[in-house]
Design a binder for this molecule. Structure first.
Ligand SMILES: Cc1cc2nc3c(=O)[nH]c(=O)nc-3n(C[C@H](O)[C@H](O)[C@H](O)COP(=O)(O)OP(=O)(O)OC[C@H]3O[C@@H](n4cnc5c(N)ncnc54)[C@H](O)[C@@H]3O)c2cc1C
Length: 804
């Protein structure tokens, strides 16, 4: 062990060794992994080693596919057997909804290029896995590349391959302390102190403590997990093939062959946390006592699905812990305010996801950005609110218990809620508001007509369809009021505020008293934000964006401050809240509450106005595509301002609406949104954002890459608007788009356009098929539907309403 390394990885489980391997593979060979005991001494040694294709987040599914491909590579490179059994795998559907969902998931897989899957009948499932009872099974999905590995062999293969590329590993050496230095980190270990530029927390069950060493409170917790290994099953002995890895979602179990018996793993409904503050330091190769009583219900289902288990004994019980984040996805990436500190934590399925995590993190550390969009596992998707222990316990527990439970897109889950509420929350609830959640904040979805209304969870149009339709109509015909506390707001101040904004945003900056849409780009020309920038005319600037990207954007802003000494970016999102008024009568509502001339405020103008009793910042813009105003006030004024606006609008047909209606209204305008049409995987030209780029600006982040793209042959794919011949269900995202039998793109978002009477979708399709009138088709909930490229903005294409 030397006294200095370029990077130090803490933790010798499957994740740490994968990070080490990828760093060395991509060119950083002055790297060290430090392990407290011996490699695998955390969760990794007792994992079931299953590898499985399916994940509800398509980006995570892609990283899983990468890991599966990588396994044979590291085996070859290291010369260490990983005991790979690529048996293939089956995911079973035991209810009609699940079967529809699986058919839909199969199509999503096609969208992301995972082609080695197919839907199968219960009869085929039985042929493939003869020891299984197919009682109650409606169908399944077969995937070629599923199976299991030897867990210890796999960790040693990553480690061996990393060492062959020059990386070092030190075992039996606990990291005791981390101290931030001017150049990186001082790593104090049992065997001495090391200086390094980069430190990676891959401490698995101990990630919490290794976070605290750097003053970071990570939102994660270990939970216990059971599997059993049966004695020899005579039926298996007779087979001349190995049965596939099988997941019975309705039974809460997964199964794979283990020699001539089977391993049955259980996702316990009655979950159990274990050492929420991290494992004890002296925890070794121990396990928890099995608790069959707690998992009795799932065991009964498992023994019914695999009846042979009723005839043979249990050879081994494993009850061990592994670590979960609130949404079950890993926590990866740099931490704001801690340069050189990187997370590779909460990797719930390390053998399945560890390769993808290692690759993305190594790219991030070396090149400054991962190659693909990894927001779904970015540690910055959580803010400080997620540090609360009860929040962590409730959300991780909910995720664990529901791991195999079907979640519908319109379903709201209760854990850790309500956490943050805008001040008018209680009044809005009394008015019928039904709430969603974004970054811990309750956000309005729609207003139910009665207390008894219950929205049924569904993959199709729900029984809230007509409620949302009425809200949309009222916005288009009268005026709608929407609580927009769920937007982020950053105030930018200081002598260099303007210069910094000009550098970090790709658009022209607005003149005083004006707002402007502002793409933000990475150096590679990928999107980093679809922001709105305000020049309030009094030396104050604001940036507005998506509330759930607050930490992610702040980290980006802070990372791009070099050379700007006098600029301060403050996140004022919780201190400043507000409402949007949209619709032809919106100006009339404001005119009743102010003696200032509202007609003097042009489209995309902004200024300070007295609205009723309140002194508000008002911008004239509308995501709904109507004459509209965004009215910002102090948090303490929120409830009062709402009352004034509603009272003033009473005889003008004012009605409150929620984000479900807004999503439909913006789709009718072909306005893209983040995480759908705009993500960090796309460039400005692919998404149409390039029309906001100020090409003549002397410089801005991403300018060179954007110009290269502009002057090249154009993007291979483009965002278009589709009208879909849908029936009872609309597109939602990631459905494949076809031209005849060729997959030519995928849906970025979709829904019903309530005031145009059309099922609409936005989609990323091959550029040569982006012309208006092109006939295509789309799979919606597993069923092929005709679709046609239509001109953007099926509602008010000239934008007259907004400008009116
Ligand atoms: C019963 C069970 C079944 C499972 N089945 C599967 C499965 O089928 N498929 C799958 O993909 N996953 C499975 N998992 C999950 C899998 O085990 C984990 O995702 C994976 O092991 C996490 O790896 P890791 O490297 O993040 O953490 P760990 O394996 O916990 O490794 C962390 C390492 O860091 C070291 N460390 C911690 N603190 C320090 C310090 N201060 N100094 C030095 N070293 C330190 C520890 O000693 C440890 O070796 C299962 C887990 C359990 C419990």
């Amino acid at each position: 062990m030397k006294s200095h390394y370029q990077a130090v990885v803490i933790g010798g489980g499957v994740v740490g060794t994968s990070v080490l391997y990828h760093l060395a593979k991509f060119g950083w060979t002055d790297v060290l992994l430090i392990e407290r005991k011996v490699l695998t001494a955390g969760s990794s040694w007792h994992a079931a080693g299953g590898i499985h294709a399916l994940n509800a987040d398509p980006n995570i599914a892609s990283l899983q596919a990468y890991t599966i491909d990588l396994l044979t590579e590291i085996e070859k490179e290291s010369g260490q057997s990983i005991g790979l059994h690529m048996t293939g795998g089956i995911t079973l559907a035991g209810t009609p909804d699940r079967w529809e969902w699986l058919q839909s998931a199969y199509r999503t897989f096609q969208s992301i290029g995972i082609e080695d899957c197919r839907l199968i009948t219960p009869h085929e499932a039985k042929d493939l896995c003869p020891i299984m009872s197919t009682e109650g099974i409606l169908g399944g999905m077969w995937a070629d590349r599923e199976g299991y590995v030897d867990t210890t062999g796999t960790v040693h293969a990553y480690a061996g391959a990393a060492k062959k590329r020059g990386a070092q590993i030190v075992e039996n050496n606990r990291v005791l302390e981390l101290n931030q230095t001017a150049d990186g980190w001082e790593v104090v270990t049992e065997k001495g102190t090391i200086q390094t530029e980069h430190v990676v927390n891959a401490a698995g069950l101990w990630a919490k403590q290794v976070g605290r060493m750097a003053g970071i409170e990570l939102p994660l917790s270990p939970l216990n997990h059971h599997y059993l290994i049966s004695d020899t099953i005579p039926e298996l002995e007779k087979l001349d093939f190995e049965v596939p890895m099988t997941v019975d979602l309705e039974g809460f179990t997964y199964m794979r062959q283990d020699q001539k018996g089977i391993l049955l793993g259980i996702y316990e409904i009655d979950h159990e946390h274990w050492n929420v503050d991290g494992a004890p330091w002296d925890y070794g190769f121990e396990l928890q006592q099995q608790d069959p009583d707690r998992i009795e219900k799932e065991l009964i289902l498992g023994f019914e699905r695999y009846p042979a288990l009723q005839e043979v004994g249990v050879k081994t019980w494993v009850n061990g812990a592994f670590t979960f984040s609130p949404d079950g996805n890993p926590l990866v990436g740099p931490v704001r305010g801690k340069p050189g500190y990187w997370c590779a934590c909460a990797v719930m399925a390390g053998f399945l996801q560890g390769g993808g995590v290692g690759k993305s993190l190594a790219e991030w550390m070396i090149h400054g950005e991962p190659e693909t969009d990894v927001f779904g596992m970015d540690v910055a998707r959580y803010g400080d609110y997620a540090q609360n222990k009860r929040f962590i316990k409730e959300t991780t527990g909910q995720f664990y218990s529901r791991r195999f439970v079907m979640t519908y897109p319109n379903e709201q889950l209760p854990a850790g809620r309500p956490l943050k509420m805008a001040p008018a929350y209680a009044d809005m609830t009394a008015a019928g508001c039904r709430w969603g959640v974004s970054y811990g904040l309750e956000t309005p979805l729609y207003f139910a007509p009665s207390e008894d209304f219950v929205e049924t969870p569904t993959l199709k149009r729900s029984n809230a369809f007509e409620i949302v339709a009425a809200e949309c109509r009222n916005v288009r015909e009268n005026v709608g009021l929407l609580d927009i506390s769920g937007f982020s707001r950053f105030a930018v101040a200081g002598a260099e505020a303007e210069a910094w904004l000009d550098h970090v945003l790709a658009s022209k900056l607005p003149a005083p008293g004006r707002a402007r849409l502002a793409p933000m780009l990475s150096a590679e020309g990928k999107l980093k934000g679809d922001l709105t920038v305000f020049n309030w005319g009094d030396g104050t600037w604001w940036i507005m964006g998506s509330y759930y990207l607050r930490d992610w954007h702040l980290r980006w802003f802070h990372d791009h401050m070099a050379g700007f000494a006098d600029v301060i970016v403050s996140d004022i999102s919780d201190a400043t809240v507000g409402f949007s008024l949209s619709g032809p009568n919106s100006r009339k509502v404001l005119e009743k509450l102010t003696d200032q001339d509202m007609t003097a405020l042009p489209f995309m103008g902004c200024g300070t106005f007295d609205i009723g009793l309140y002194r508000c910042k008002v911008g004239r813009l509308s995501v709904a595509g109507e004459l509209g105003y965004e009215i910002h006030c102090a948090s303490s004024e929120h409830a009062g301002l709402r009352k004034e606006l509603l009272a003033a609008g009473q005889d003008l047909g004012i009605g409150e609406y929620g984000f479900n209606a807004l999503l439909s209204l913006r789709l009718e305008k072909s306005f893209g949104i983040w995480s759908a049409e705009f993500t960090q995987a796309y460039t400005a030209a692919q998404t149409g954002m390039d029309r906001w780029i100020a090409w003549d600006k002397s410089d801005f982040v991403g300018k060179t890459a954007a110009i290269t793209e502009r002057d090249g042959n154009g993007p291979a794919q483009k965002v278009v608007t589709l009208q879909v011949d849908a029936d009872g269900a609309d597109a939602s995202g990631f459905e494949p788009v076809w031209k005849n039998d060729n997959r030519v793109g995928f849906v970025t978002s979709g829904g019903y356009g309530h005031t145009t009477g059309k099922s609409l979708a936005m989609a990323m399709v091959d550029a040569d098929l982006a012309d208006v009138g092109t006939d295509l088709s789309v799979h919606i909930v597993g069923v092929a539907r005709a679709a046609k490229v239509i001109a953007p903005s099926p509602y008010d294409p000239e934008g007259m309403a907004m400008r009116g």
